[in-house]
Ligand binder design. Structure first.
Ligand SMILES: O=C(O)c1ccccc1NCC(=O)[C@H](O)[C@H](O)COP(=O)(O)O
Length: 233
C-alpha cells in the first residue's frame, strides 16, 4: 500500500534528520511527503533523537507523510523491534545487511518499505545495482562519501550525477537521489538524474546545524516544480 501510495503515483521529496513534530508538520505543509529519523547510527545519538521521542513524533504525523527510519542496524530482529517501537513505515538500511536478514525482516514486516543504500563513488558503484533488483527491496537511495572524513550520510557532498543517472536508467526499483542537495541545486539534480525522489539533510540546515525552515520550503518547492517539469507525477 505504501509503495503504491508514494512510489507509483508521486515523486518522493524527503527531508532527513527530522527531530521534532513541528519540523515534520512544517515539511508536510511545504509538500514534503517523506521524513527521515536517524536512529542506531554508528556514531551514536544523532539529531537529539531516541526511540521514545521518535515514536511520539510519528504518532502525530498525517497519514500521507511517510516516516522513514534511517539506520545502520543490520540484524532483522533489531530492525523489526525498532520499527515496531517507533511506528516507522519505511526503513533505510545504511549498513551492510545480508539477504538472509533482509528476507527475515520482510517476512515479519511485509508492509514496511525497505530502502537500500548505494554510495556513488566511481564506476564500481554500478555493480551494486543488481543486488537491489529483487522483491526484497522497494527502492534505492544514492548517497555520497566524504573522501576526507570517510563518512557516508549527511555529508553535504554531491557525487557524480552521471553515474546516478545511469543507475536510475538500469535499476528496476525507484531511485532516490541524496548527497549534497540544496534548494539551489535540486532542480538541476532532478533534470540531470531523473530520479524517483530526492532527499536532503544538511542542505536545509543553518551553519550551526539547526533547521532552516526557509530552506526547507525552497527545497520542496524547487524539487516539486522540477519533478512536475519532467512529468514524473
Ligand atoms: O542523516 C544522517 O545523519 C545520516 C547519517 C548516516 C547515514 C545516513 C544519514 N542520513 C540519511 C541520508 O541518506 C542523508 O539524508 C543523505 O546522506 C543526505 O545528506 P546530505 O548530503 O547532508 O543532504
Amino acid at each position: 500500500m505504501i509503495k503504491g501510495q508514494i512510489l507509483n503515483w508521486c515523486p518522493i521529496v524527503q527531508v532527513a534528520g527530522v527531530s521534532t513534530v513541528e519540523e515534520a508538520l512544517f515539511c508536510h505543509e511545504c509538500g514534503v511527503n517523506s521524513v527521515g529519523f536517524t536512529l542506531e547510527l554508528p556514531h551514536g545519538l544523532h539529531d537529539d533523537l531516541n526511540v521514545e521521542k521518535t515514536k511520539c513524533i510519528i504518532r502525530d504525523l498525517p497519514s500521507d507523510l511517510l516516516p522513514v527510519i534511517i539506520t545502520y542496524l543490520n540484524r532483522a530482529d533489531a530492525a523489526i523491534e525498532l520499527l515496531c517501537k517507533t511506528g516507522g513505515r519505511a526503513i533505510q538500511f545504511h549498513g551492510e545487511i545480508s539477504d538472509h536478514e533482509i528476507q527475515r525482516f520482510r517476512e515479519h514486516l511485509p508492509h514496511v518499505m525497505s530502502i537500500g543504500r548505494i554510495t556513488v563513488n566511481g564506476d564500481s558503484s554500478l555493480q551494486h545495482v543488481p543486488r537491489f533488483q529483487s522483491p526484497l527491496w522497494d527502492a534505492i537511495i544514492l548517497d555520497s562519501l566524504d573522501p576526507v572524513t570517510g563518512r557516508i550520510g549527511a555529508t553535504g557532498k554531491t557525487h557524480d550525477w552521471r553515474l546516478s543517472a545511469e543507475i536510475v536508467r538500469i535499476a528496476s526499483v525507484p531511485v532516490i537521489l541524496a548527497g549534497g542537495l540544496s534548494p539551489e541545486n535540486v532542480r538541476e539534480a532532478v533534470l540531470t538524474v531523473r530520479p524517483h525522489g530526492v532527499d536532503v539533510h544538511t542542505g536545509v540546515e543553518n551553519p550551526d546545524g539547526s533547521r532552516n525552515f526557509d530552506k526547507i520550503r525552497r527545497f520542496a518547492s524547487q524539487a516539486l516544480t522540477a519533478f512536475r517539469d519532467i512529468s514524473v507525477c
